[in-house]
Design a protein around this ligand. Sequence first.
Ligand SMILES: *[C@@H]1O[C@H](CO)[C@@H](O)[C@H](O)[C@H]1NC(C)=O
Ligand SMILES: *[C@@H]1O[C@H](CO)[C@@H](O)[C@H](O)[C@H]1NC(C)=O
Ligand SMILES: *[C@@H]1O[C@H](CO)[C@@H](O)[C@H](O)[C@H]1NC(C)=O
Ligand SMILES: [Zn+2]
Length: 465
Amino acid sequence: MFKKLSTILTILSLFKATQGYVCDSNTCKPPNCMCASPLPPGGIDPKDAPQFVILSYDDAVNDSTFGILQSMYKGLAHSNGCPVVATHFVQNIYTNYHQVQQLHAQGDEIALHTFNHSKGASLKEIQSGKTVLSTFAGIPESEIKGFRAPFLYYDNNLLQNVQDLGLLYDSSAPTVRQDASWPYTLDNGISDDSDCNANGICGTLTPHNGLWEIPLYSTFYSPTDPHSMDLDYDSNLLNVLKENFNFRYNGNRQPMAIAVHAIHCNEPEDKLKMYREFIKWCIGQKDVYFVTYSQLIEYMKNPVKASELAGHPAIDCSKFNTYKVKSDAEICDGIDNTGNGMIDDGLVESCGIGNTYFSTCFGCPTSEPSIDNPTPQRNGNRITIPAQGCSEGTWDPLTSSCVSTSGSTYLESISPEVITTDENKNNVGGPNSSSSSGALSSHLPTSIFTISLITLFINSLIHFM
Ligand SMILES: *[C@@H]1O[C@H](CO)[C@@H](O)[C@H](O)[C@H]1NC(C)=O
Ligand SMILES: *[C@@H]1O[C@H](CO)[C@@H](O)[C@H](O)[C@H]1NC(C)=O
Ligand SMILES: *[C@@H]1O[C@H](CO)[C@@H](O)[C@H](O)[C@H]1NC(C)=O
Ligand SMILES: [Zn+2]
């Protein structure tokens, strides 16, 4: 279910796309405006900046994907005790909302990918997707902040829809630059886009003031072979990932992205194991944090040195712990509150209507949710989570109230595998320092000309559904 685009960019179009970007950092200032730059925000020296890693999954969350993505990172935690978290760009069709609720409850971010995985979706379609996620997965509307375009196809209209909906960020623009920009706002249009030619918007993107772009950072198999999503398996994949990490870690510390479709992550099973091994290896390095996309923007708005990051909202996970309410009676909140090993046992309803199947804590709809009617009448008396969520504790859709932890937090029976940072490692070197395979770091494409030549060799940018 994917479309493979063969994109060969001309020197001219890339030159235009990159050259067309002009931003004056004297007038464009955080927190509401940020110029694209390969350097860390706030004038922070790269070696003092935190290294963020952003893990994202696209499309439906359901029985075909949930187990796979969970086995990539669930149960792993940083040395500060905060879990490894991911961001999910969720389409509505085929999605099981109770599984989405569980991901959110473990600290992941839920973002939008249109209701029906549509190219150039209308404002209404994006809005309906948001409403349905709030209604049936219990994601507070105020926490739904991001968007990724299906097929990575975006244009001015689509970004305007994203902005009109009041979302915080888009993450649809792939970049084939190794020394890519940190996230930036679209006040001056797109920088770094490898694909604007294919999308027909080179140099024509109008400003979208204050809307953040988190570039879709590519992974490079070699300096001339970037992949924006879904890596192919080979026995060297773990080293490839480590080299890509090191390029950033020893360079300008741009965030590293692992952007995948879960459905492809276990083909073969060894790939899945490598991803998990890579994630464990990353959090063993000093100053490395897996954060959600909106946490990354929290950092961009208020950048500090890694040594001053403690307590910063970008890495704060205390909120996730307030969700984990211990209770004698189960609450339908995506968490095993009683500690009997079963999440929301006895409280989840399985709905099947028309072609739509999902389970939910919020009552089965009496007709299929659709773009035109995202919130059909529901059976029972379950109450939708308020737009602002709970300031503390967890939402109980049966009693229509926020149940507070009142100090007693239920920690999961299987305690997370905390990876301790080796504080002495301030430079990780290569995946294996003695190896000579660190070809990436020695071939920085620094000039437009070099980048243009490189793009001539790119014959496949893969765009999955
Ligand atoms: C999960 O969603 C995908 C689309 O993203 C679909 O192809 C697949 O059939 C779904 N699996 C289940 C079990 O519903
Ligand atoms: C989703 O899109 C497909 C293909 O365009 C269409 O056939 C289907 O009716 C749409 N489904 C919904 C729920 O809008
Ligand atoms: C490099 O890898 C080899 C084989 O795994 C290992 O024996 C060696 O100790 C490693 N070197 C470093 C510096 O990590
Ligand atoms: Zn998609």
